[in-house]
Write a protein that binds this ligand. Structure first.
Ligand code: SF4
Length: 365
């Protein structure tokens, strides 16, 4: 497996992305009212092709964490080829594939092909679950989604028996519509065979239905407290990739910081977006993160040279603005790098590390 240790120098020198998010498509087979990407509607013809992705990924340095996003990423039939470009060129330690689980006929064969072609990466598949049965379908405004997501889960679980580099998790978007049902959702996820992690993401961005953002922060706190108690218990879930225990400790620190960020309405720690994090959308626009609208450039216009965009004067201006404005958000992905690559956070991470349950990584309930 690719080692995460080669990225240690980034603790001290932050000059190129080691966490890279690629929005492969804005197309989706669901219509979730809380989606933060609903305003983007590029056509299939606009999307970067595999040939273009090959050139872009060849111009990048090695990655610690490659994250795909959308839209529903599996509606792109060429997803395995796109992942393969990055696998060969950037040697990602972790590849994350989030999905709404609605199309098992697309998801399962594509995931298996990705697993076959990416043997040295930990491939993390995260299925969305925001409620149980009809409640899930209602929250996502997508009839039949729960049943299909469970069919996808069972198929992924079987793939997990064949491929040791597959890691399975559930993600729940915490929103006004499910904030009173978190215990039931957590109980249900605890019974899912093969589940190695359950993350709860606070609804963010500008959803098409803004009422989904009317959350009670104390209810969010109760939900994360319960996950924390379970992570520190004997039956704790945990990924089985290298340094998974460290990742779990960082998760615990992260949830507290997100709660405090929203409660206090201010930044809790410096943000490294635009320095060791970058985002590219399906038409090649590059951003420091998923939230800020400030563009660093476009890879098509830069001859598919990612570094030319990332090291441009425009990118410097975006980085300077992030530093100057001390902007803050609750986006979980950026807390990962903001915590793991900030030595000031290590005492807190070490404390949580020592309090984690005694189960070995990979052991699931
Ligand atoms: S704090 Fe959030 S919005 Fe601001 S730069 Fe960092 S990730 Fe982006």
């Amino acid at each position: 497996m690719y080692s995460p240790l080669k990225h240690i120098p980034a603790i001290f020198v932050k000059r190129s992305p080691l966490q890279f998010t690629f929005f492969v498509t804005s197309r989706c087979n669901a219509r979730c009212p809380f989606c933060f990407y609903w305003q983007e509607r590029h056509s299939k013809q606009d999307e970067l092709t595999v040939e273009e992705v090959e050139k872009i990924s060849a111009s990048m340095d090695d990655l610690l964490w490659l994250l795909f996003s959308g839209g529903e990423i599996f509606v792109r039939k060429d997803l395995p080829d796109i992942v393969d470009c990055f696998y060969r060129n950037t040697h990602p330690v972790i590849i994350t594939l989030p999905t709404n689980g609605f199309a098992p006929n697309l998801i399962l064969p594509a995931t298996e092909e990705i697993l076959e072609r990416s043997p040295k990466s930990a491939v993390v598949c995260k299925v969305s679950l925001d409620g149980l049965y009809d409640e899930h379908d209602a929250i996502r405004a997508t009839p039949g989604n729960f049943e299909k997501a469970m069919e996808t889960w069972e198929g992924l679980r079987r793939l997990g028996e064949k491929y040791d580099n597959l890691q399975l998790g559930i993600n729940t978007v915490f929103c006004s519509e499910n904030q009173d049902r978190m215990d039931g959702i957590i109980d249900f996820v605890n019974t899912l065979p093969g589940c190695e992690t359950h993350t709860i993401s606070l609804v963010r961005g500008s959803p098409s239905d803004d009422s989904y953002k009317q959350v009670d922060l104390e209810k969010y706190r109760r939900a994360i407290d319960r996950l924390e108690t379970e992570m520190k218990g004997e039956e704790a879930k945990m990924y089985h990739f290298a340094l998974a225990r460290l990742k779990s400790a960082q998760d615990l620190v992260q949830r507290r910081l997100i709660y405090e960020t929203v409660r206090q309405g201010r930044r809790q720690l410096p943000c490294f977006a635009g320095r060791i994090d970058a985002v590219m959308n399906e038409v090649g626009d590059v951003f420091p993160c998923e939230i800020l609208p400030e563009k660093m450039g476009n890879v098509r216009e830069a001859g598919y040279d990612f570094k030319k965009v990332f090291n441009s004067e425009q990118a410097d201006r975006v980085r300077a603005k992030i530093h100057r404005t001390k902007c803050y958000c609750s986006h979980e992905c950026y807390f990962v790098t903001n915590i793991l690559f900030n030595p000031m956070m290590y005492p807190q991470v070490a404390k949580q590390f020592l309090q984690l349950g005694s189960r070995k990584p990979g052991a699931t309930a």
